[in-house]
Design a protein around this ligand. Structure first.
Ligand SMILES: C[C@@](CO)(OP(=O)(O)O)[C@H](O)COP(=O)(O)OP(=O)(O)OC[C@H]1O[C@@H](n2ccc(N)nc2=O)[C@H](O)[C@@H]1O
Ligand SMILES: Nc1ncnc2c1ncn2[C@@H]1O[C@H](COP(=O)(O)OP(=O)(O)O)[C@@H](O)[C@H]1O
Length: 281
């Protein structure tokens, strides 16, 4: 069985306060985009396991991910459900197309799709709401990928409400320079505050009005540290983007373009990543 975990972009990201547990409350809109990994599981017969064998064998392809295979979020997702449901052993094939440390939620998406895949394959009969609860323990934005629909998110990024927003037909260009931004460090450099223009209100206005009022709070601290990210955002505007922003805690930047626009070539560095697509929903 194979699934295709996709990314999200953040439309606005206000970090409003630091919580006693060390996490931060935030306000953002998550919007799914069809840049996808591929994730496949094959169940193995219980009898094929010797005492010393692990229950998961993870084969990884495509872009490299930092860390050991047992720290991979798909392995953590399996262990979470295995504890409760004693799952059969599985062989996992994960093909990474989504860059890591990009603010695109690639790891969280893999984890959420793994939960959905195991739920379907092994007939666990978990509801979407139950899957969201499991997902939230794996990463702050992981639960979003269970329903995978545009939402307004609050709390630590795990409390969702529906929004009336469709960007269907807009073209999107995502550029990620060869820079890794740690989410944890990005939060450490933030001064939380309530925004002048709340994300929830700005999002109701036409996209052409978002430029100076739909803000990602991480840009103020990440751009001075990594000027190339800010330069890419400016370049997207120079090349005709209607709206451009860093996604999440970086380092990727996306530009939204009109449905009939010719998308530019932005080749700043040989190791940068670039995706071009069309939005759905
Ligand atoms: C802030 C966002 C916006 O989309 O950044 P990106 O990861 O997309 O860049 C996400 O919600 C991130 O979600 P996720 O990447 O799952 O975060 P986690 O792994 O749970 O947390 C990584 C670290 O970030 C910090 N953290 C994360 C979320 C949050 N609301 N407050 C925090 O302070 C904590 O220090 C935590 O240890
Ligand atoms: N399946 C996975 N895909 C990507 N990263 C993973 C995965 N499992 C664990 N990680 C770890 O999570 C970190 C954050 O990755 P990712 O979620 O892709 O980035 P971001 O949170 O910036 O969108 C990576 O540096 C990597 O060490």
């Amino acid at each position: 069985m194979i699934v295709f975990p996709n990314i999200k972009i953040n439309l606005g990201l206000s970090i409003t306060e630091k919580r006693p547990d060390g996490y931060h409350n935030l306000e953002t809109v998550f919007y799914p985009v069809a840049l996808e990994d591929a994730l496949e599981i094959r169940a193995l017969p219980e009898a094929s396991l010797s005492e010393a064998d692990k229950k998961i064998t993870l084969h990884q392809y495509g872009m490299e991910i930092a860390g050991n295979p047992e720290d991979n979020l798909v392995a953590k997702a399996y262990s979470l459900l295995d504890k409760e449901f004693h799952l059969p052993p599985v062989e996992i094939h994960l093909y990474k197309h989504i860059p890591s440390g990009a603010g695109l939620g690639g790891g969280s998406s893999d984890a959420a799709f793994m939960l959905k895949l195991l739920n379907g394959h092994f007939h666990l009969n978990l509801s979407e709401e139950q899957l969201e609860i499991y997902a939230a323990t794996l990463g702050a934005d992981c639960a979003f990928f269970i329903k995978n629909k545009p939402v307004y998110a609050e709390g630590i990024g795990n409390i969702f409400s529906p929004i009336e927003l469709s960007l269907k037909g807009y073209q999107i260009m995502i550029v990620k320079p060869d820079v890794f931004v740690s989410t944890r460090e990005a939060f450490a450099n933030i001064h939380p505050h309530h925004p002048e223009y709340p994300v929830k209100e700005v999002i109701r206005r036409p996209v052409a009005e978002w430029k100076d009022i739909l803000i990602n709070d991480f840009e103020a601290s990440v751009f001075p540290q990594h000027p190339v990210i800010g330069e890419i955002k400016q370049e997207l505007y120079n090349q005709g983007a209607i709206y451009a922003s860093m996604s999440g805690s970086g380092s990727s930047v996306f530009g939204l373009f009109a449905p009939d626009a010719a998308l530019p070539e932005i080749n700043r560095e040989s190791n940068s990543f670039c995706f071009k697509g069309t939005l759905g929903q």
